[in-house]
Design a protein around this ligand. Structure first.
Ligand code: UN1
Length: 500
């Protein structure tokens, strides 16, 4: 087998990342596949952050004057460069975040998809024309570029989340400053190098339209607190959101918050059980349970409960766990020791609350953390079931009545994704109306959303929406313009203010 550090170096060289950025720096970068160090990344200091924000502000001022369809051309080129780089970048996602190859490739595909979406959008940044109550007047709204957009992203989607934000922000006329997770700096450096190639082909894009700040918490805080940053799009834990949101509110900056999930699936008596099994298995075990859309709670109707649990147990016992570069596995490693310890704590708490745990044990040893996904039969929605633990734990509960289970389903703090498996259209519609999540599905799982829809959730998930639909509006400011083309000055609401 090729040594990991060597393979990482080959990919970074291939993708055009400057060696000075990832050799000899102070921040060790480790692969969760083996736990070994694969790079030593250079971090930014206060002066670097200040310079980046200064340059991003200047870049915004120039970029905002470029016609939107021409801005779309830059993102079209970015999509082309990503297609060329897809295999290498996907492999780097596997090495740095531990995803299985097909999910690594899927993540890069998500970047390509949002580029295509944004290119079309660059000719569709429409505003309304509005009927006015005043004769000889015209009223319209126009969408203008916003400013510097800050992006804070998590390890689990180390590159796609940047792309959802950056592709839209850039066609909308903004510059972007990105603070990736400390756990995944290399994929961020690679993405920036790919962007720079697209910018070079474009020709006259202003320098510094996109920046990456490699560093710790202080780099993210600098983005949150700096008056030059108009919007911060932050993806991560609810705890992180709770610290970011008030600081942004304090200076009236915009926020897009994409925080925790505690996603539930209901399997009803009429469900296609094979479909449900596959949907639940991917949702709960995929990405080793480290998606914000991961299925964490499963409500099984009493009439299908025992048979379904038996099938799930078999699926859980047989799923391949291991290094995705070594063999055909579906479950890769947890990101680090802390993730493993949090998983074990949650399982201990589940047992204490009367849960029966199947699986969940460590596979192998050393500096990497592989686990068998855990299936936990719970007597009720209590203890750790109410929390998001970023690991493959699926809590299974029995239900009898649809209205009662929907209420239970909604009775958690997060509100990201949800699903029902049923062939009864009345049940499906009742669920779609009642689920309080930003995403509600019928006969498919909670994870793996396409980019075309708005992505995000309610309650402690933060309320933000990214990627498709009209999420672009958040990256622009709306101006209402009224023009009087008459020679009178009628006042709105019939007010009279007669000087003579
Ligand atoms: C995340 O886990 O942060 O719907 C995002 C999905 C992916 C995005 C997940 N398209 O699972």
């Amino acid at each position: 087998m090729i040594e990991l550090g060597q393979e990482t170096g080959r990919i970074l060289d291939e993708l055009g990342v400057d060696r000075a950025a990832w050799t000899g720096g102070s921040m060790p970068s480790r692969s969760p596949l083996t736990g070994e160090q694969i790079a030593a990344v250079r971090t930014v200091d206060t002066a670097d952050i200040d310079a980046a924000l200064g340059q991003a502000t200047a870049a915004f001022r120039a970029w905002r004057t470029v016609p939107a369809p021409r801005r779309g051309e830059l993102i079209r080129l970015l999509g082309e460069e990503l297609r060329v780089a897809k295999d290498d970048l996907a492999k780097l996602v596997t090495i740095e975040a531990g995803k299985i190859p097909s999910e690594g490739a899927g993540e890069v595909q998500e970047m390509i998809d949002i580029c295509d979406f944004a290119v079309g959008l660059s000719r569709q940044l429409y505003g309304l024309t509005i009927a006015t109550e005043r004769p000889g007047h015209r009223m319209m709204e126009v969408w203008h570029p916003l400013g510097v957009v800050g992006v804070i992203s998590a390890f689990n989607f180390p590159v796609a989340v940047w792309a959802w934000n950056a592709a839209l922000a850039i066609v909308c006329g903004n510059s972007v400053v990105w603070k990736p997770s400390e756990k995944t700096p290399l994929t961020a450096l690679a993405t920036q190098a790919i962007f720079e190639r697209a910018a070079a082909r474009f020709g006259d894009a202003p320098a510094g339209l996109s920046h990456v700040l490699i560093g710790g918490r202080e780099a993210g805080e600098a983005l949150v607190d700096d008056a030059r940053v108009a919007l911060v799009s932050a993806t991560g834990s609810t705890r992180m959101g709770r610290s970011v949101a008030p600081r942004l509110a304090q200076r009236f900056a915009r926020a897009i918050l994409e925080l925790g999930g505690n996603n539930g699936v209901i399997v009803a008596p009429s469900a296609d059980l094979d479909l449900a099994l596959r949907g639940v298995a991917f949702g709960a075990m995929g990405t080793a349970g480290q998606r914000c859309t991961t299925t964490r709670r499963l409500f099984l109707h009493d009439s299908i409960h025992d048979g379904f649990v038996a099938k799930l147990k078999a699926a859980y016992a047989s799923v391949g766990v291991g290094n995705p570069l070594d063999g055909d596995v579906l479950v890769g490693p947890l990101i680090d020791r802390a993730a493993f310890e949090m998983m074990q704590e949650a399982l201990t708490a589940a047992r204490a609350a009367g849960g029966v745990v199947h699986g969940g044990e460590r596979v192998g040893d050393g500096a990497s953390f592989y686990v068998r996904p855990a299936l936990v039969e719970m007597p009720g929605q209590v203890g750790p079931v109410l929390e998001e633990t970023f690991a493959p734990i699926l809590y299974v509960m029995r239900y009898y009545d649809l209205d009662a289970v929907i209420e239970l389903h909604n009775d958690v703090a997060a509100g990201l994704s949800s699903a029902i498996f049923t062939t009864d259209m009345r049940e499906a519609e009742r669920f779609l109306i009642a689920s309080d999540c930003g995403i509600a599905n019928v006969n498919l799982g909670t994870s793996g959303a396409e980019i075309g829809g708005a992505f995000g959730g309610e309650k402690e998930t933060g309320g933000g929406r990214e990627s498709g639909s009209d999420a672009w509006r958040q990256y622009m400011r709306r101006a209402t313009n009224t023009v009087n083309y008459s020679d009178a000055l009628p006042l709105a609401q019939g007010v009279s203010f007669d000087l003579s």
